[in-house]
Design a protein around this ligand. Structure first.
Ligand code: KIV
Length: 266
């Protein structure tokens, strides 16, 4: 049965942790679904993980729609969130509503995720009112990499701490049912979570949350370009795959693949 917002709130109420994985295609979504991951985020991290770009900025709305459709085919139970890419919701409220609506219409995603706090609160309110559930994303927000300069922890300085409190409150008041906190000191996360009405999901924000999100390729060790402090690799996937590919190459080169059993007779 498809996970709904109601199911997620029931988990929060019971103190049951929520799991979320960023993934972008049929097979990885199917694997997540088969082990009971609650939510799949079709993140704009696909720019780096799938496309090999150095930031999330080049990702387009059509690409998010394409990948969300692939994920839909694989995940029959998980709650699916589509990440709105850079400039798909910042230009004007009308354009944002049209784009978010298009994502829900074309992909059957159940919610959209937007980066930002106070500055997008009005938009979050309007989207929610017309039936588009919104996930907020504050703390380190990768679409603002050119402002931050590099990935960093947000909330260490007094002004940042206060801004995060305001952002969190603004998103909740505007109707965001879920807020993702990225790279936030755990004490501040704990404070926000303890007073929260929304579902709080962390990434690099410590354990005092309703749940955690990580990128699929980080969990299974497929993405080796860099490893943030908050990533836990549960598999050395890239190493295992390279071993398999090397063995295939050796077998072909030595004439040991295919064997008779792997060939068709007459
Ligand atoms: O794009 C993404 O995958 C994300 C998560 C890491 C929160 O924004």
């Amino acid at each position: 049965m498809r996970v709904t917002i109601d199911v997620l709130f029931k988990k929060k109420k019971k103190g049951l942790k929520i799991t979320m994985v960023s993934t972008y295609d049929y097979w990885s979504a199917k694997l997540c679904d088969e082990v009971g991951i609650d939510c799949i985020l079709v993140g704009d991290s696909l720019g780096m993980v799938v496309q090999g770009k150095d930031s999330t900025l080049p990702v387009t709305l059509d690409e998010v729609i394409y990948h969300t459709k692939c994920v839909q085919e694989g995940a029959k139970n998980a709650f699916i969130i589509a990440d709105m890419p850079f400039l798909s919701y910042q230009v004007s409220p009308e354009k944002a509503i049209e784009n978010c609506g298009r994502v829900l219409k074309e992909t059957k995603a159940q919610a959209v995720k937007l980066e930002g706090g106070e500055e997008i609160a009005e938009l979050v309110y309007r989207l929610t009112k017309i039936g588009i559930p919104v996930v907020g994303h504050i703390g380190f927000t990768p679409q603002s990499i050119n402002i931050f300069g590099k990935p960093k922890v947000i909330g260490k300085r007094k002004e940042e701490e206060e801004k995060l409190r305001r952002d969190f409150k603004a998103l909740e008041e505007a109707g965001a049912f879920m807020v993702i906190l990225e790279s936030v000191p755990w004490r501040l996360t704990k404070e926000l979570w303890e007073n929260s009405k929304s579902i709080v999901i962390g990434i690099g924000a410590g354990k005092y949350t309703d749940g955690q999100v990580l990128v699929f390729h980080d969990i299974v060790g497929l993405f080796e370009d860099f490893k943030p402090k908050f990533v836990r690799r549960y598999l050395e996937g890239a190493k295992l795959i390279k071993e398999a590919l090397t063995n295939f190459k050796i077998d072909v080169e030595k004439g040991e693949f295919p064997s008779e059993a792997e060939s068709y007779g007459q």
